[in-house]
Design a protein around this ligand. Structure first.
Ligand code: SF4
Ligand code: SF4
Length: 214
């Protein structure tokens, strides 16, 4: 399960860096490496592109996992190059930006957009797997998430548009509730199809979310 990201356009990155001439670039060895948005190859390509645009790249690094506490060590190890930069260009997901913000006072400019939490179904195809709804139903939906797999996010599906197992919104896509039905049938748990799910309680996902473990 990974943060799925897409690189911002060169124009957007250029705009983000306007007025910031000296740049230190940070990639991530985990999620953005997997999506080819911020691994070592993309970081080096970004360095060359910025230099062509007249930026001074003071250094770069690819942190093994930019969202965890290895980031503090990486910031220390690259202290002089970061100190001489006007900003950090982050090629990690937004969680990496948050982590770096804990250790660095300089502007941190994201070069990627964080899209969703997903899994790689087949090489190069990423699918959203969980919207972190706070009231997980996977135990009653045969492990298929109705929030992310159904185009309407129905928790009491299917809608009336299912057509030969395909979704009415996207005919290329299997209807999530047909998949749920078929898997529940295999598990001999079809009675769960009749279970009414009460309206979602959106209070459990009020922003900003937090959790304290006692
Ligand atoms: S129901 Fe779906 S969105 Fe909600 S927690 Fe479970 S997997 Fe995530
Ligand atoms: S056809 Fe199936 S997946 Fe598509 S919106 Fe209706 S219930 Fe959801």
């Amino acid at each position: 399960m990974k943060s799925i990201t897409r690189q911002k356009s060169p124009e957007d990155i250029q705009q983000g860096l306007s007025g910031l001439d000296r740049v230190f670039i940070v990639g991530c060895g985990t999620c953005t490496t997997m999506t080819h948005t911020g691994g070592i190859d993309e970081v080096v390509a970004m360095k060359e592109r910025l230099q062509e645009q007249g930026k001074r790249v003071t250094g770069f690094t690819v942190i093994p996992t930019a969202c965890d506490d290895m980031t503090e060590l990486a910031m220390k190890e690259n202290g002089p190059a970061i100190s001489s930069a006007d900003c950090i260009l982050s090629m990690s997901c937004a969680l990496g930006v948050h982590r770096m913000n804990l250790y660095i006072g300089k502007p941190i400019i994201p070069a990627v957009d964080t899209l969703f939490i997903g899994i790689e179904d087949s090489p190069g195809y990423f699918r959203e797997a969980c919207a972190q709804c706070g009231q997980c139903l996977l135990g009653e939906t045969a492990g298929i998430c109705p929030i992310t797999a159904c185009h309407k996010g129905l928790v009491n599906g299917p809608c009336g548009g299912t057509n030969n197992g395909r979704c009415e919104v996207d005919k290329e896509k299997d209807c999530a509730w047909t998949l749920i039905y078929n898997r529940l049938k295999e598990q001999d748990r079809l009675d769960l199809m009749r279970k009414y799910q009460p309206p979602r309680n959106h209070h459990v996902t009020l922003a900003p979310r937090s959790l304290r473990i006692q």
